[in-house]
Design a protein around this ligand. Structure first.
Ligand code: HDE
Length: 687
């Protein structure tokens, strides 16, 4: 700062930073009055005090002071993107929903992914359910499919939701732990709620630590209804299937990623979309009728149950493509308001008590968060089709009815009368309802363990061991032995080996099994669709390779690897000891994307090292250098390396090289990248 004119100067030596002028619009106040000086408040004398009259300062600070709105009570941390949904073929035979009538029809979409328990600033790789909320701006109004990446839920009745969420979030007296369920309150509540057992299997599986939003499934969870033009209704469950296959990280990676890059999932989606690699999911429908619902051994209205895909196949009916990031995070991702009640003609609810409760909750929460019933006027929430009704006024009303009529019926002339009912539009399915008014749970909701067992037994041995380890980790953070023991009493109904493994990991005896509300069915068929590893990608495309280089690295080897990766749509991040890059053996410079300690190998799907021996030796003297390949090896990653990299290899990799290790001398980069489609060499780390 120079004292002479009080204007800000950037850089040393007192040189003035010339801001780009020209095409930039002139700055104004919110009232549109020109602003000549945005750096200095109005003062009595250069050294103050500041004058009350400074309306320009007052307006700017007033606006800043009111920037924050309440964060979502759940799903506070989220990330959104725009895109479209494209219908593959007409579904007129099962629904009259307009977006499904014509093959090739595109519907604008907005999607927000989220974690559930953590606050807005919490890390992306918390062990948690992921929200997968989709807004489809159809020609007959907005349809919100407010789903998760797990097809079941913790509880069967919405009245338990506030307790579930209180128990999962920070404990109220101490304000921690943040974004994790590994604490007394959560497991206390869960162990007292046997209906949560199925969901526990899912959240203790690697589904709760996805590698990317791009590689996870989405589910509508509840049974909904599709209604055709004749008013015939069928049940439906909605699925989103990622075209790039399923992929998760390991728990040790998740914990390290949270430190190295707490925005890992955000950055991944941003990078993919900005580079033109648009993620895609297919919409899948499981359609079934009342007869199936009657025959099915579980209640299709119970959100703690799935309908196995092997019993009712998933019909893929369209694709969702995300191809545009938001222009402004707050305006769009933060202000987007989803509501399960936003359905369109042709799509209807079921009587699922969880869904019914949600239909009540979402409008309420939007009013609290966005401060006005007019949140539908915000561009991200506004339907893309015409809106005509007599709703009026309220905070920030931007769409009031024109003319004299603001009520209905009225007898004004056609031009002045405003909108009229058409007799068409959304009609609730006339499902016959009878019964006494009572606070009770249906007997058909009583089986809490059979599908938990089915899920566990449908996993590969590696995935089963991860569930055991996750339960041991979480329950080891619970310091009340009775709570741990109560959890073990439920796990005994899921699988004895699982219960044994967890008890052993905790160093506790097994208790008696919990008394089940209904004797579990232990004969359910395994469902391969439930495993992540059985539903992985076909290729390594869309994944990220970390390439570590040192001074003296073979530039042509680096080039060959980069070419091969580019040809297979694999992104390469070049990691080096210094951000200025390295000098290759031929004297050329290899530019770096990251300095090694800012880019540990946990951030990558596979790794490669091309180094000179001296360079590798120097790096091996640093902690970041020593742990880079050691971690990758311990996480079962595929590793490509040349001879120079030897000093960086962990002793176990040298003693027992395996099929996940590729020596550049004997393998073309393409061969290595082909192998990477398997994502990990599980045999190396299977316990
Ligand atoms: Fe939500 N949920 N939820 N939920 N939910 C909210 O709405 C609620 C449930 C889901 O990115 C809130 O705008 C109740 C199941 C997603 O903006 C709130 C019950 C599923 C999102 C709310 C449930 C979800 C929310 C908080 C039990 C998967 C984020 C902020 C009956 C099918 C949407 C908000 C976004 C958000 C209530 C259970 C998915 C309070 C009462 C089951 C993806 O209204």
């Amino acid at each position: 700062m120079s004292e002479d004119d009080g204007r800000d100067r950037i850089g040393d030596g007192g040189e003035t930073h010339q801001r780009a002028g020209g095409a930039r619009p002139a700055m104004t106040t919110d009232q549109g009055a020109p602003v000549g000086d945005n750096q200095n408040s109005l003062k009595a004398g250069r050294r103050g005090p500041t004058l009350l009259e400074d309306h320009q300062f007052r307006e700017k600070m007033f606006h800043f002071d009111h920037e924050r709105i309440p964060e979502r009570v759940v799903h506070a941390r989220g990330y959104g993107a725009h895109g479209f949904f494209e219908t593959y073929e007409s579904l007129a035979d099962i629904t009259c929903a307009d977006l499904f009538q014509r093959a090739g029809e595109r519907t604008e979409a907005f999607v927000r992914f989220s974690t559930v328990a953590g606050n807005m600033g919490s890390p992306d790789l918390a062990r948690d359910v992921r929200g997968f909320a989709v807004k489809l701006y159809t020609k007959e109004g907005n349809w919100d499919l407010v789903g998760n990446n797990i097809p079941v839920f913790f509880i069967q009745d919405a009245i338990k939701f506030p307790d579930l969420i209180h128990a999962a979030k920070q404990e109220p007296d101490r304000g921690f732990p943040q974004a994790q369920t590994a604490h007394n309150n959560f497991w206390d509540f869960i162990s007292l709620s046997p209906e949560a057992t199925h969901m526990v299997m899912w959240i203790m599986s690697d589904r709760a630590i996805p590698r990317s939003f791009r590689f996870m499934e989405g589910f509508g969870v509840h049974s909904f209804r599709l209604v055709d033009a004749e008013g015939r209704a069928r049940f439906v469950k909605f699925h989103w299937k990622p075209k790039a296959g399923l992929q998760s990280v390991t728990w040790d990676e998740a914990m390290k990623i949270n430190g190295a890059d707490p925005d890992y999932h955000r950055r991944d989606l941003w990078d993919a979309i900005q580079s033109g690699a648009f993620p895609e999911w297919e919409l899948g429908l499981q359609v079934f009728d009342e007869d199936f619902a009657e025959r099915f051994p579980f209640d299709v209205l119970d959100a703690t149950k799935i309908v196995p895909e092997e019993e009712v196949p998933v019909r893929r009916v369209g694709r969702l493509v995300l191809d545009r990031m938001v222009d402004n995070f707050f305006a769009e991702t933060e202000q987007v308001a989803f509501h399960t009640g936003n359905v369109v003609p042709g799509i209807d609810f079921s009587e699922d008590p969880l869904l019914q409760g949600r239909n009540f909750s979402y409008l309420d929460t939007q009013l609290k968060r966005l401060g006005s019933p007019n949140f539908t006027h915000l561009p991200v929430n506004a339907p893309r089709c015409p809106v005509h009704n007599f709703n009026q006024d309220g905070h920030m009303a931007m769409r009031n009815p024109k003319g004299r009529a603001n009520y209905e019926p009225n007898s004004w002339s056609a031009e002045a009368a405003g909108p009229r009912e058409t007799g068409e539009g959304f009609a609730s399915t006339p499902v016959p309802i009878a019964g006494r008014k009572e606070r009770a749970r249906a007997d058909t909701f009583a089986d809490h363990y059979s599908q938990a067992r089915q899920f566990y037994r449908s996993q590969t041995p590696v995935e089963q061991s991860h569930i055991t380890e996750a339960l041991v980790f979480e329950l080891s953070k619970v310091d009340v032995p009775q709570i741990r023991s109560r959890m073990l009493s439920h796990l005994l109904h899921v699988d004895e080996t699982l219960a044994d493994g967890v008890a052993d990991g905790l160093g506790m005896p097994l208790p008696d099994p919990a008394r089940p509300a209904r004797t579990p069915d232990t004969t359910l068929a395994e469902s391969p669709a439930l495993s992540i590893l059985r539903n992985g990608p076909d290729s390594f495309a869309g994944r990220r390779l970390g390439l570590l280089v040192t001074d003296g690295a073979d530039a042509s080897a680096v080039d060959r690897l980069m070419q091969a990766a580019g040809g297979m749509s694999v992104t390469v991040t070049v990691v080096a000891p210094r951000i200025g890059g390295v000098t290759a053996s031929d004297g050329s410079t290899i530019a770096a994307d990251e300095k090694i300690d800012g880019a540990p190998s946990v951030l990558f799907d596979a790794v490669a090292v091309i180094a000179s021996e001296e360079g590798a030796q120097a790096l091996a003297r640093t902690h970041a250098g020593r742990t880079w390949l050691a971690d990758a090896f311990a996480h079962g990653k595929f590793i490509y390396h040349d001879a120079g990299a030897a000093p960086l290899l962990p002793p176990s990799a040298i003693d027992s090289p395996d099929e996940g290790m590729f020596d550049a001398a004997g393998t073309a980069p393409e061969g290595f990248l082909d192998a990477c489609a398997r994502l990990r060499h599980w045999d190396r780390i299977a316990s």
